[in-house]
Design a protein around this ligand. Structure first.
Ligand SMILES: *Cc1c(COP(=O)(O)O)cnc(C)c1O
Length: 388
């Protein structure tokens, strides 16, 4: 995958739609893994799988699950087909049923909403904190009075939510908490990783994520052996044993051996890729310090999945950057509670901050292997636009 300009990948919400194939040669893309993948030996990994002639739930998957659990600092990892399935299966493993309410934010691309709806449960949307753009602690406190079954906390853009405070509230109310870590592989607070806090945590290995396969992939991690056992049943038809369906809510959602082998090659590089992302974000922050007050706070709790600016001149800035050969995107243009397919959302409190910020967000290129020259030209173009 080069500049993500194939028609299929262009349809994915994570990928800039401004990268038409006619432009991709000259444009600085939003994401590219050309440099990241340059020295990696995928062929040997794939050949090992081919020589073994075992394609689903084999040695590569078991080894990846052990290695990834170890990396995150949890005792169990159960891999699945993608990040959205991870959320759905995690919700079911914690007892979420049709008609239940699940607290979530409305600014995180509808992924958690998709998973909640797939069960026949209902999202209960709460507002975000203006500075972190993740779930507001006060808003969660309000929603917990409405007797939800579960809370999904999304560590958005690679920035960890205030997980300690959110978890304390959920624990106090006796409500299960799932972390959505699809954008935050490797982020830490007090040395503890995203994914090691909640009752379960979900990861996506979509190619553009900080740890990405060469196709779809996902995982749920948990510290509970019971939850892990339920996850394994749910990802494979609800089987209690082969061909014996002992549990409702099962589906087929498995990571395949080739993708697991690829992820095992990439996992040892994740930390250095995350530092490369942070370095770019730091350079952006220096370059933009005099232009705006809100830039991402770059520390260990942020892994630079997306570098997101806020400006009321968003559309004009995007047009200008495009004219300068710089790809941008909006994560995300339509908040979940305003999606056409679900016109009567359940909302706790107001979604004022979510609504206001969604009109100002713009994502700039930030990926390992982005050259110093490319970073400098993004900074200079943004500064020029703002008259500096
Ligand atoms: C990408 C993403 C997902 C979904 O992952 P898929 O593998 O594409 O299903 C879920 N949550 C967030 C926050 C994401 O960015």
């Amino acid at each position: 995958m080069g500049h993500l300009d194939t028609p299929h990948l262009q349809e994915h919400p994570e990928v800039s739609t401004s990268m038409g194939s006619s432009q991709s040669i000259d444009m600085i893309p939003l994401f590219s893994d050309v440099v990241m993948n340059k020295d990696l030996d995928f062929l040997s990994a794939i050949k090992t799988v081919l020589d073994r002639h075992w394609y689903v739930l084999g040695e590569e998957v078991s080894n990846f699950e052990i290695e990834f659990a170890q990396y995150v600092g949890t005792s169990h990892c159960v891999s699945v087909a993608n990040g959205t399935d991870a959320l759905e299966i995690a919700l079911r493993s914690l007892g979420v049923e049709p008609g239940d309410q699940v607290v979530t934010v409305a600014n995180a691309g509808f992924y958690s909403s998709t998973a909640i709806h797939s069960i026949g449960a209902t999202p209960l949307y709460v507002d975000i904190n203006e500075s972190t753009m993740t779930m507001s602690v006060d808003a969660l406190a309000g929603a917990l009075t409405q007797n939800p079954k579960c809370v999904i906390v999304t560590h958005l853009y690679g920035q960890m939510a205030p997980i300690k405070q959110l978890l304390a509230l959920a624990n106090q109310a006796g409500v299960a908490l799932i972390e959505d870590c699809a954008q935050s592989h490797g982020a830490t607070i007090d040395g503890r990783q995203a994914g090691s806090w909640g009752d379960a945590a979900c990861f996506s290995f979509y190619p553009t994520k900080n740890l990405g396969a060469l196709g779809d992939g996902g995982a749920v991690v948990t510290g509970s052996a019971d939850v892990a056992a339920r996850l394994k049943v749910l990802r494979q038809y609800g089987w209690s044993s082969k061909y014996h369906v002992g549990h409702t809510g099962g589906k087929n959602s498995r990571l395949d051996e080739i993708q697991a082998a690829i992820l095992r090659v990439k996992l040892p590089r994740l930390e250095s890729w995350n530092s490369a992302r942070r370095d770019i974000a730091n350079r952006y922050n220096e370059g933009f310090a005099s232009l705006m007050d809100a830039v991402p706070a770059v520390d260990d709790s942020y892994v630079g999945h997306l570098y997101v600016l806020r400006t009321t001149k968003r559309d004009a800035l995007r047009d200008f950057l495009k004219s300068q050969g710089i790809s941008t995107d909006i994560h995300y243009p339509v908040p979940d509670h305003r999606q056409a397919a679900y016109p009567q959302p359940n909302i706790s409190g107001s979604l004022e901050v979510t609504d206001a910020l969604s009109k100002t967000l713009v994502t700039l290129p930030c990926f390992p292997g982005m050259t110093d020259k490319e970073v400098a030209s993004v900074i200079s173009a943004v500064r020029t636009f703002f008259g500096q």
